[in-house]
Design a protein around this ligand. Structure first.
Ligand code: ZN
Length: 217
């Protein structure tokens, strides 16, 4: 049987991927991993832990204080206010340089140690926030690099890559987990569950997608 490791932040996207993976792999063949990297919305890891516990899927949290020591941004430095709008050029200050590079590297090491080849990550370049490490070309290059680095047949799988937020809400409905995504996940940069603070860019993206989804029904 193929086995998979979900990179599970406790937000809408990764939780939807988790539920989708259950139907594809079976619960017994899944593990999840999350990262404590000094994010201001560390509550997301508690949400992830609870969701995985309810599903009886093993969830491992890795401490990654190194990111905070290397780079400054509004996610890991509470003293920097979150950009409300996209800047004229470059990503917003919620971008954490190297985050997905390091997350995927750590996840791959853990996966190989557990005989797992498939790494599943809920990134999307459709409604993405301008983060370069959420794009398909980066994910493809990581698959190549991980295979070369550990001589192991990793697959980096990104089921939501071409989906909008509204489509991801629809997918949650189709998977029968809409209620859990709505109430239990944390996407908000201020760590508020469900529809969140409503003000931060993550909430705006999530809530705009939700409204589109509701209006399309
Ligand atoms: Zn928020």
């Amino acid at each position: 049987m193929k086995r998979a490791l979900i990179l599970m932040s406790g937000g809408q996207d990764s939780t939807t991927c988790l539920y989708q993976s259950i139907s594809e792999y079976g619960r017994a063949w899944l593990r999840a991993i999350g990262f404590n990297y000094g994010q201001r919305h560390v509550e997301e890891l508690e949400a992830a832990k609870e969701i995985c516990a309810d599903l009886r899927i093993p969830y491992k949290v890795i401490d990654l204080p190194i990111l905070k020591q290397l780079t400054s941004n509004s996610i890991t430095d509470p003293g920097i206010p979150i950009d409300k709008k996209m800047p004229a050029s470059g990503p917003p200050n919620t971008n954490v340089d190297g985050r997905n590079l390091i997350f995927l590297s750590c996840a791959a090491i853990y996966a190989k140690n557990h005989g797992i080849t498939d790494l599943i990550m809920g990134v999307s370049e459709t409604d993405y926030s301008g983060y370069p490490d959420c794009r398909k070309n980066f994910m493809d290059s990581m698959q190549t690099s991980l295979r070369l680095s550990m001589d192991y047949d990793f697959n980096v799988i990104t089921p939501l890559m071409r989906m909008s937020k509204a489509q991801i809400w629809q997918l949650a409905k189709d998977l029968g987990c809409l209620d859990i995504i709505e109430k239990q996940t944390i996407t908000c940069y201020n760590g508020e569950s469900g529809s969140g603070c409503g003000e931060c860019p993550a909430c705006k993206l999530r809530n705009e997608g939700y409204n589109q989804f509701i209006n399309n029904k």
